[in-house]
Design a protein around this ligand. Sequence first.
Ligand code: 3HC
Length: 311
Amino acid sequence: TEAALQAAFDERIDADGRIEPRDWMPDAYRKTLVRQISQHAHSEIVGMLPEGNWISRAPSLKRKAILIAKVQDEGGHGLYLYSAAETLGTSRDEMLQALHSGKAKYSSIFNYPTLNWADVGVIGWLVDGAAIMNQIPLCRCSYGPYARAMVRVCKEESFHQRQGYEALLVMMKGSQAQRDMVQDAVNRTWWKCLAMFGPPDADSPNSVQGMRWGIKRISNDDLRQKFVDATVPQAEVLGVTLPDPDLKWNAERGHYDYGAIDWDEFWQTVNGKGPMNRERLATRVKAYDEGAWVRNAAVAHADKQAQRALK
Ligand code: 3HC
């Protein structure tokens, strides 16, 4: 019966076991996972765009090779994640349709422009750094396919974070103009990265249930604090200033205090009115439309193979 299935599911969750695609699961658990995993996949795919803009303008062959590899990794992450979501019974077409129509969310951070080369380094250091902070606990998510995908994603993200930080270290040893570029990129990106972790716990409608189900292991605010604490010493080594006058060590809490995040601006961006939302979506839709002939050719090839197999 349904009650017995629910009880077995609850017991598995309480024992910190994994749920696999063929296991019974409550509809709401399935829905939450499809929501989060598809949003995560969309973020990876849209996340290719701000940095992709710089591939043709990378300052050296080495930087270009690194950047191409990194952007390609993000595409790979998107594909694993779409596959993980498909195991829950939703089709890739449905997910893409939701993205292309503007119905689906994806990470707020990718709706800001990349104005100079230092943005590429800062995305690696701060954006990918924040992404890893959020993704490491997802390796222990209760849904098996998502958790397993995250293991490889996190390894690749770690490379992304390091290449960004290293690129910035090199720029900071260069000319004053290069140091200014790094500081400018940090100033524009810092607050957006803090918002990436999602609304404060008290205003996060999905958190309580997500934690109960073992999808979320660490709360939005706790991850944000961990990110601030880890990043301040890195900024010192780099020699940049984080643009927050309220940022200071609080010995009593054993953490850095930080200033107020502009949540109005965050929600505007999440709801489609950020500086680059329209351009990002238009670029994705165009890429999808222009790829139609590849998908058609693959289907035609598969049909031909199937017909040959019948003969
Ligand atoms: N951008 C856009 N929307 C966001 C957001 C953000 N930064 N943070 C929260 N939201 C949305 C949520 O999706 C939710 O909307 P919904 O109910 O319509 O789906 C709403 O705001 C309320 O937030 P909650 O805290 O209640 O939602 P969650 O419990 O789902 O927590 C989350 C939000 C922490 C982002 C969680 O979904 C999560 O951990 N997702 C997986 C990680 C992920 O998506 N990362 C994407 C960025 S990193 C990346 O893409 C890699 C990079 O290297 C390119």
